[in-house]
Ligand binder design. Structure first.
Ligand code: FAD
Length: 494
């Protein structure tokens, strides 16, 4: 361990006390706003705002202890700082290579394990051993046991690990939104006003609209967001986790991915708060288990797989999907889209840089899969167009889970569906010009027809998989299959 007073350089996703308090509380802090990082991709405007706002709020809170340097590049900032720094493991392959280079050059004195996740990379490597197939469920149960979460001795609380059967209901009939209190929204302050002014002046090439800051970027805001979510919204979380309602953008989701990914909220804090709500009788077990599964299970699993699969995983393209992303997609041009579900999901990205999980997986991801968009390009799009997109979180979610481009290393089957699923799980179809039951003609739903065209394109692969073989048999019974395929081949309006 380097000297107690060696400065600690914190990246913009390492800003909470779990990174700089405790054993590090005597260290000066270095924060860097690098122009090159802001211009690396065509980011969502609101994402840039969140990152700069988080950095500047951290500087304001740490006061004299922190130095915030604005520079062209990180290297320039470190040179001008003039002292070797220590860092926590960064969150991307590129940044990891970079800090190792800086260490060889003497600008970084040491690289410490990251407290951003509950499980260390070395503990995961020991668990993974020689496994070639990973099941999230196995990992999640191990996490519950290891961290003693929702456990009674060595048994899961309530005698079950999984409450999927109780969760994942369609939206309540006749309602326009969920009957839950609105999510916490932070108050903007003068730091946000300055960030907005600076971003305007920088003339960056961004996507999406500017808008009020919707997500927590400081530890105090994250704490309030967490407490309010637990008290007001968690009880409805699991039940409507997979439901989509046009007039309710946030449903019962926590909106905690931004503070978690910026490192201002520690994952075990969120998990602990949810468990206490259950133990105190404030939330049902099914909802609490569903939420804890997302953070202690999925989030940690996706992080570990990023490192475990390595950088080559990004080029996986088992289904041979090579279509470029259309301009209306990358430009978030919702006027070019007719399908209500797709338009609304894309509009969430345009106006907030956010859409909830099932919109990402079963609307945006499913559309991309059906239309054979290039998975690498899609991965980059998700990483830049979403406010919670970071390099580590995309590959297993996008390349693996949503595009099945990894040949099934993450998910045992491709996640896609026809319009019937969307019609059941959302209230979109009643307002849509397409009909989810129609495969051919003017009103043919692009998801329904696109689903059959997808099944046809990959019929050999799907027939060989127990979980998807039935789709191929059903496809063979369609009397209008040829017409569907021909129509989808020429479709230019979705
Ligand atoms: P909630 O629904 O309230 O869930 C609670 C928390 O669980 C989230 O805040 C998040 O931290 C965690 N979580 C749940 N599922 C996942 C998962 N699969 N991967 C990682 N964390 C998870 N999550 C991101 O943080 N950044 C992304 O860029 C991102 N892109 C995604 C792209 C695709 C194609 C898919 C299928 C999923 C993606 N996710 C991503 C996961 C998930 O959709 C978001 O974390 C979630 O929608 C964020 O909203 P929330 O905070 O309200 O989450």
């Amino acid at each position: 361990m380097p000297r107690q007073d060696a400065p600690l350089w914190l990246f913009a996703d390492q800003l909470g006390p779990h990174f700089h308090a405790g054993e590090h509380s005597g260290r000066p802090i270095l924060l860097v706003e690098a122009d090159s990082a802001l211009r690396r991709r065509r980011y969502h405007r609101q994402k840039l705002h969140l990152v700069l706002s988080a950095l500047r709020h951290a500087k304001a809170e740490l006061g004299e202890r922190a130095t915030l340097i604005r520079a062209g590049t990180y290297t320039e900032a470190l040179k001008s700082y003039g002292r070797p720094v220590i860092v926590h493991e960064p969150t991307s392959h590129a940044a990891e290579r970079f800090v190792h280079r800086l260490r060889r050059d003497g600008m970084v004195a040491d690289i410490l394990p990251t407290p951003a996740f509950a499980l260390s990379r070395s503990a995961f490597a020991a668990w993974a051993g020689e496994r070639t197939r990973f099941r999230m469920e196995d990992f999640y149960r191990e996490q519950r046991r290891r961290f003693g979460v929702l456990m009674d001795g060595d048994q899961p609380v309530g005698g079950r690990w999984n409450f999927d059967a109780e969760n994942r209901e369609p939206p309540p009939k006749g309602a326009v939104g969920l009957d839950v209190e609105a999510p916490y929204l932070p108050d903007e302050d003068e730091i946000d006003a300055q960030v907005r002014e600076d971003l305007d002046a920088m003339a960056l090439d961004t996507v999406g609209t500017d808008g009020p800051r919707l997500f927590a970027v400081t530890p105090a805001e994250a704490d309030t967001a967490l407490r309010q979510f637990i008290a007001r919204r968690l009880p409805s979380f699991g039940r409507y986790e997979d439901a989509i309602m046009g007039a309710d953008w946030a449903m019962a989701h926590s909106l905690l991915s931004v503070p978690l990914n910026l490192g201002v909220l520690a994952p075990l804090e969120a998990v602990g708060a949810a468990e206490r709500a259950y133990r105190g009788g404030a939330a049902p077990l099914a909802a609490v288990e569903g939420f804890i599964r997302q953070i202690l299970g999925w989030r940690e699993y996706i992080w570990q797989l990023y490192w475990h699969f390595g950088p080559d995983y990004l080029t996986s393209n088992t289904l041979g999907a090579h279509e470029p992303l259309p301009d209306w997609w990358t430009g978030l041009d919702t006027a070019a889209v007719d399908a209500e579900c797709l338009r609304r999901a894309l509009d969430g990205v345009r106006t907030r840089g956010w859409a909830h999980h099932i919109q990402r997986l079963m609307i945006l991801g499913s559309h991309a899969l059906q239309r054979a968009y290039d998975p690498g390009a899609l991965n980059d799009w998700f990483a830049s167009a979403f406010v919670d997109g970071f390099s580590w979180v995309m590959p297993a979610n996008v390349i693996g889970m949503s595009q099945h481009a990894d040949g099934g290393r993450v998910a045992t089957k491709p996640y896609t569906s026809g319009g019937a699923y969307i019609s059941k799980m959302s209230d979109h179809c009643r307002d849509c010009r397409f009909d989810p039951r129609t495969r051919v003609g003017e009103n043919a739903c692009p998801f329904t027809a696109g689903y059959w065209a997808f099944v046809h394109r990959h019929r050999d692969l799907l027939a060989a998989n127990m979980r998807t073989a039935r789709a191929v048999s059903s496809m063979k019974r369609l009397g209008d299959l040829e017409a569907v395929i021909e129509q989808e081949h020429h479709r230019d309006r979705f």
